[in-house]
Ligand binder design. Structure first.
Ligand code: EPU
Length: 418
């Protein structure tokens, strides 16, 4: 076990490059299972979740190698059509291999993901969609067992624009017989990135980035080469790190439009955000003001930046109102922020953040990836030393987080936690 020790008070300054997007890379890796030949994925972030997905693919039997941010994935003729509990409970995103394996090999067995720190996260929409495409599904001994000699296209309406369900069903539809229409599909840039990769593999898909995606199934897919898009959530985290420390931070390696709502809200709070071709930079010319935030599927404000945004609002001039609409437990970070001196009250999925003059360092514990990042950001402005425990959550999704922050002038060290 390790912890971060953060000494507050540094003003962050400089440029940092965003790594490839975790939430795209993991799905591209699953899609590579469907190719008849090897695929190469570039701009791969160096994070624990990618290493777990490599384990999932190797368990299935694929040959996977990773060198200098580039993954090569070689499919095999007779894979093991299973994602085991040990790996799925470590990383829920493993369930996206269900659609890919089922569509390509006619069968799959995937452990049902269990509880999760950020809230109830069912996979009913994934399963209902696959059933509509003709899959026979059963749940036995904690595993979803799916079978379909060949899936058939269907008109599927998602009750909620779930990223995971959209991705699982897109992969399944790519090799199904006939046309699939996915209505109320997720519009996240990571979904569009997956469609980009599948198209290179030979899939016929239209409407990525809109709420109606139409897939004309094809008989086979080939391997392809693709570079993962920049991580908008990591980029937003560094922009907010700049803003909380009242510094000047430039983040490159991204599509600025992917952060439109975040930029809008940061400007409303009093930040100056400049847009470059593949970058965004932030500075804070005056005081930060209280604002209202409501998380929503893309292009709404991302739930994955809600805890980090709350940190900015903890020291704002005035009161802010935050509504979390995606995950019911994403306010678990609030108790930890209050230990650092923040004044946040929650009721159901609403939080009222009253701006305070300053935070003061204390030991705190990360409950999930984004909560962990938020606590580090809070530590950057807290007086004295903040120790952030359970940083394995941060390592799941941030590529060299402490190193990148240090390059901007932060005082943060990784040490053994006793
Ligand atoms: N939902 C259902 N049934 C389903 C699927 C989803 O009820 O079958 C509900 C969930 O319970 C949740 C909401 O729909 O309340 C959103 O879930 P979604 O399926 O969109 O999320 P996900 O695919 O499980 C991805 C990201 C999350 C990110 C969300 C929302 C990956 C690996 N994870 O999760 O990322 O917060 O979309 O944008 O892509 C993170 O990176 O920290 C993270 C949690």
């Amino acid at each position: 076990m390790e912890k971060f020790v953060v000494e507050g008070g540094s003003r962050l300054e400089g440029t940092v490059k965003a790594s490839g997007a975790k939430n795209s890379c993991l799905k591209l890796m699953a899609a590579a299972v469907m190719g008849d030949g090897p695929s190469t994925i570039g701009n791969v972030p160096d994070i624990a979740d990618v290493r777990t997905m490599i384990e999932v693919l190797r368990y299935i039997g694929l040959e996977v190698s990773l060198a200098e941010g580039e993954l090569t994935i070689k499919p095999v003729e007779s894979p093991v059509l299973e994602a085991p509990y040990e790996l799925v409970q470590r990383m829920r995103a493993s369930v996206v291999v269900l659609g890919a394996l089922l569509a390509r090999f006619g069968k799959a067995r995937v452990a049902m993901p269990g509880g999760c720190n950020i809230g109830t996260r069912q996979i009913d929409l994934h399963l209902r969609g696959l059933e509509q495409m003709g899959a026979k599904l059963g749940i036995s001994h904690g595993y979803v067992e799916a079978e379909a000699p060949r899936l058939t296209g269907a008109h599927i309406y998602l009750d909620f624009a779930s990223m995971g369900a959209t991705e699982n069903l897109l992969m399944a539809a790519a090799l199904a017989e006939g046309r699939t229409v996915l209505d109320n599909a997720a519009k996240e840039p990571e979904v569009a990135d997956l469609v980009g990769f599948l198209s290179k593999m030979g899939a016929r898909i239209e409407g990525a980035g809109t709420s109606t995606i139409v897939v004309e199934g094809v008989g086979s897919l080939k391997g392809a080469e693709h570079a993962v898009i920049g991580d908008r959530i990591e980029a937003g985290t560094f922009l907010l790190a700049g803003a909380v420390t009242r510094g000047e931070v430039n983040v490159t390696g991204i599509v600025p439009g992917h952060l439109e709502m975040v930029v809008e809200k940061m400007r409303e709070a009093g930040c100056d955000v400049e847009e470059g071709e593949d970058s965004l930079s932030v500075s804070v010319p005056g005081t930060v003001k209280g604002i209202e935030i409501s998380t929503l599927p893309y292009p709404g404000f991302p739930t994955d930046l809600q805890p980090q945004m709350q940190v900015l609002l903890t020291t704002a001039d005035g009161t802010s109102f935050v509504t979390e609409n995606i995950f019911d437990n994403r306010f678990m970070v609030v108790d930890e922020l209050n230990r650092l001196g923040a004044d946040i009250k929650t009721k159901d999925h609403h939080a009222v953040v009253r701006g305070v003059e300053k935070l003061s360092g204390a030991p705190v514990t990360a409950t999930d990836l984004r909560a962990g990042a938020a606590l580090v950001l809070a530590g950057l402005i807290a007086e004295g030393v903040t120790e952030v425990y359970r940083i394995e959550h941060i390592d799941r999704g941030y590529d060299r987080f402490a190193e990148k922050l240090t390059s901007l002038g932060a005082d943060i060290r990784r040490v053994e936690a006793s």
